[in-house]
Every structure is written in structure tokens, then in C-alpha cells.
Design a protein around this ligand. Structure first.
Ligand code: FCB
Length: 480
């Protein structure tokens, strides 16, 4: 008997509230392929992935899952799983290939077909406007370090809201601005590959400004009942010890990972302690009077992406030598700079296993802890788990089956962690598995598989893994 069978029989029944949304999530660059078709312009991820040495396995998103050409097949897959909702992202470079100016009708048509196909199958479309694929012409003008990019984002949001607003009820402005800012501009392991702490903090602010301006632009185009959100990858940050120095390190990282985003979005001000921590890097003069109230535009819910907790310590020479780059979850961690400006104050340190194939610690109760914390700080805010999932080194049997018990365990324990939060009064409205399909996992290329559906990248063939069969039952039963 496998461990899962043992545990499944021991798992108590879990019923989710009526109307709880079950979905799966993807992102445009990770699945679409068709990188140069129908007028799509280049994005920073095309440039980055085509730069030798940037992607661990040398792959690009040129073809990825070829979802652009397999749209109907993938829509049928979503319907076959019985999903209530599907979270996808819209490729800005398909809609406004030059980053500003006229829209590309062929780009809009693709997402119309996607949205209509979902609606025909009874699946609610959940659209994300920015999942990291900035049009390259905007990067050439400074990208997120240029304030103008936030205004261009609002123009793009208005175009998409006008075109699809009558049929998409749920919108997300940005996916994980922490990654765009800090993996993109501090550690440089994501596009555009910059390593400049001040640029990273500037980018973070302009991303947040884009969220505020984009929310207003969306609202002006959408019907009143549409829901607008931002998706943040919030962190559970723990201090390595009870020492004052380690606790202060945890405060600093919590500031960078969580409060830098939560506070202006939900309370209209940046956290004072973090501004102080980072004055040796920037004078924050890019934050203009009035910006924080723009960023504080009311949202209808908060999207939360969650994978793994973070352990931090105050730096010592011994520790620095041990954790090299200061951050253990990056492909180039050993050589590269950290994504945390101010790591003179804090280091991320290795944690005990079990780990996923990303080396991310598996610890489901930390998701309950995170949801309780957000609820405590913002009790009236509805939450949606917009991503949660795990990469494992799947084994494909001779008959094509993938018996991914480790992923199934991860998902079940995290779904149960969401349920535990709901039982303690947190208003969580839905859960989206990352990801529907194995796909292009950014700096890791095609080498890390997060899908509940296996993709053979040579043939494009899709095969439901055991976790997908399990998830279909959970969705059908609204729990287990
Ligand atoms: C998140 C991203 C998503 C995917 C997962 C594993 O940070 O939003 O695109 O890469 O991690």
C-alpha cells in the first residue's frame, strides 16, 4: 500500500463552502508558443530566453506547450477536468506589440476565442493582464524603471477591458510584482536580467503604480460587477533563531516580500521601517506625492500565490560563506546576487526538507498561517489562492501514465491548509492549481514540471497525471 493510500483513508472529510471556485492557472509566455505569429511583438522574455546562459536548459518559450495552436484541445481538457474557472494571462506584446499605441486586432481575437471557448464550456475566465512579458520596446525605453511604463500599462488595461470586459468577470492586474521587480532587477535571474538594487526598488514602485493606474483604467471599461484584484506571492518569513538580530532580519525580509506590496495596495502607504532600511540604496524620490493613493485603488479581492516558507538570518561571515548568494531558491543562487536589496541585513538560509524539485521546502500548514495573517491585518478582504502547486521529477511509465503521488500529496495538504483557514474565519473564495500544464518554467526552462497534465514537449501530447484525476474528483465533490 502506498503512503498516499494510507493517508487518504486517514484523511477526514473536507467540505468547502458552496460556490468555492476550483480552477487551474497558466501564464501566456509559459504555454502559448507562437512567439512571432499574428503580429505578436517581442517581449523581455523572448530577449532573455534567447540570451545564451540565461535559461538553465537553453530552451525558450518559442513553442512551449503550443497552446496558441492547441487552444480547442486545451479548452476541452479544462472542461474535462470539470474546472469552475481558468486563470490565464494575456500577452501584452500580442495586444500592443510596440508597447504603446494601436492595438493588434489579431491578438485580441485570440483571447476572445479563449474566453468564448471557456464560457461555452461553462468555465469562468479569470484574466491576468501582466504575467511578466513586457513588450521589448518598453524595456528599450527603460522598462519598469521608467515611470511612463505604468501609464502604458493603463492604456493596455483599458484596451483589454474594453474588448473583453463584457465576458470576463474576474481580473488581475499584475502577477507577483515582487518577482518582476526583484528577480528581474536585483538577482537578475528573470528578464530583463538587471542586477541593480536601486533599479529593483524603482521597478517595484512603478509596478505598483501600474497596478493603481491599471485598476482605474479597467474600472472605466468594465461593467460595475466585475471584480479586480492584484496577485501577490506572499511569503511566510521565519527567523532562524530567537535572537534580536535574526528577528530583525525576518522583519526586513517580511517588509520586502510582503509589506512593500500589501501596505500601499491595501493601506495607501509604504512601510516606514522598510523605507528606512533601504535609504543607503535609494532616497525613494521616484515615489511622488499622490502615488500611494493611486496604488491604494480599491480592489475586490486579493490573489495569493503560495509555494513554500522562507527562513532568514542576520548575516555573519560564516553564514555568508555557507549560503553564497544569500538566497537558496534561485537557479544561480550559488553565484549570483540576492533578490533582496539590503541583504546586508538579512540572508535567506537553507531549510530542512522535504523539498520539491525546486528545492522548495514542503510545509502546508504555513499556508494556513499566511492566510490567517493576511486576514488578521485585513479582515474584510476576500482572498483567492491564484497559484499553488509543485514541481517534481515525474516518471512517465511505458504506457504514458504519470503516477505523481508526491504532487498529489502536496496539493491535498495545501488544499486542506486552505480549508483550515476557512474554518478559522478567513474568507477564501477559491483555489487555482499551478499549473494546468507542464510548461516553460522561466529560468528553469522546460526542466521543471508543475503541471497536473503532462506535456510531451516533442509531440505536444497531453496526458492527465494522477494528480489531475484526483483534482477532478475534488472539484466535483467540492472537497473530499
Ligand atoms: C510563480 C509564477 C508562475 C510559476 C510558479 C511556479 O512565481 O507566478 O508563473 O512560475 O511560480
Amino acid at each position: 500500500m502506498t503512503s498516499t493510500q494510507t493517508r487518504a483513508s486517514a484523511t477526514p472529510q473536507l467540505a468547502f463552502p458552496p460556490g468555492f471556485v476550483w480552477g487551474s492557472a497558466t501564464a501566456a509566455y509559459q504555454i502559448e508558443g507562437a512567439a512571432t505569429e499574428d503580429g505578436r511583438g517581442p517581449s523581455i522574455w523572448d530577449t532573455f530566453s534567447h540570451t545564451p546562459g540565461r535559461i538553465v536548459d537553453g530552451t525558450t518559450g518559442d513553442h512551449a506547450c503550443d497552446h496558441y495552436h492547441r487552444l480547442d484541445e486545451d479548452l476541452d481538457l479544462i472542461a474535462d477536468l470539470g474546472l469552475g474557472a481558468y486563470r490565464f494571462s494575456i500577452a501584452w506584446p500580442r495586444i500592443v506589440p510596440s508597447g504603446s499605441g494601436a492595438a493588434n486586432p489579431a491578438g485580441l481575437d485570440f483571447y476572445r476565442r479563449l474566453v468564448d471557448g471557456l464560457l461555452e464550456r461553462g468555465v469562468t475566465p479569470v484574466a491576468t493582464l501582466y504575467h511578466w512579458d513586457l513588450p521589448q520596446p518598453l524595456q528599450d525605453a527603460g522598462g519598469w524603471t521608467n515611470r511612463e511604463t505604468a501609464h502604458h500599462f493603463a492604456e493596455y488595461a483599458h484596451i483589454v477591458g474594453t474588448a473583453l470586459g463584457d465576458r470576463v468577470p474576474m481580473w488581475t492586474t499584475l502577477n507577483e510584482p515582487w518577482c518582476s521587480a526583484f528577480l528581474g532587477h536585483a538577482s537578475g535571474v528573470h528578464a530583463p536580467g538587471v542586477t541593480d538594487n536601486e533599479a529593483a526598488l524603482t521597478a517595484a514602485h512603478h509596478l505598483l503604480l501600474a497596478h493603481g493606474l491599471g485598476t482605474a483604467a479597467l474600472r472605466s471599461a468594465l461593467p460595475g460587477e466585475a471584480s479586480v484584484a492584484i496577485t501577490l506571492n506572499l511569503a511566510v518569513v521565519r527567523a532562524a533563531s530567537d535572537s534580536a538580530a535574526d528577528r530583525d532580519a525576518a522583519r526586513h525580509v517580511d517588509g520586502l516580500a510582503n509589506r512593500l506590496f500589501l501596505d500601499p495596495v491595501l493601506s495607501g502607504r509604504y512601510p516606514a521601517d522598510l523605507l528606512d532600511d533601504l535609504r543607503h540604496i535609494t532616497d525613494w524620490s521616484f515615489v511622488r506625492t499622490g502615488d500611494e493613493s493611486i496604488i491604494n485603488a480599491p480592489i475586490d479581492q486579493l490573489g495569493v500565490n503560495y509555494y513554500s516558507p522562507t527562513l532568514v538570518a542576520a548575516p555573519t561571515d560564516e553564514l555568508r560563506a555557507r549560503v553564497a548568494g544569500g538566497w537558496v531558491n534561485d537557479p544561480q543562487a550559488a553565484e549570483g546576487p540576492t533578490p533582496y536589496p539590503g541583504t546586508d541585513l538579512a540572508l535567506s538560509i537553507p531549510q530542512a526538507g522535504p523539498y520539491t524539485a525546486m528545492n522548495w521546502r514542503v510545509e502546508a500548514p504555513s499556508l494556513t498561517e499566511l492566510l490567517l495573517r493576511v486576514h488578521r491585518d485585513h479582515p474584510d478582504l476576500p482572498l483567492m489562492i491564484t497559484e499553488n502547486g509543485a514541481a517534481f521529477d515525474d516518471v512517465v511509465a511505458a504506457d504514458g501514465a504519470v503516477d505523481d503521488l508526491d504532487r498529489l500529496d502536496y496539493l491535498r495538504d495545501h488544499v486542506a491548509a486552505v480549508h483550515a483557514a476557512i474554518e478559522q474565519g478567513v474568507d477564501v473564495r477559491g483555489y487555482f492549481v499551478w499549473s494546468l500544464l507542464d510548461n516553460f518554467e522561466w529560468a528553469w526552462g522546460l526542466s521543471k514540471r508543475f503541471g497536473i497534465v503532462h506535456v510531451d514537449f516533442a509531440t505536444g501530447r497531453r496526458t492527465l497525471k494522477r494528480s489531475a484525476h484526483w483534482y477532478r474528483e475534488v472539484v466535483a465533490d467540492n472537497g473530499w
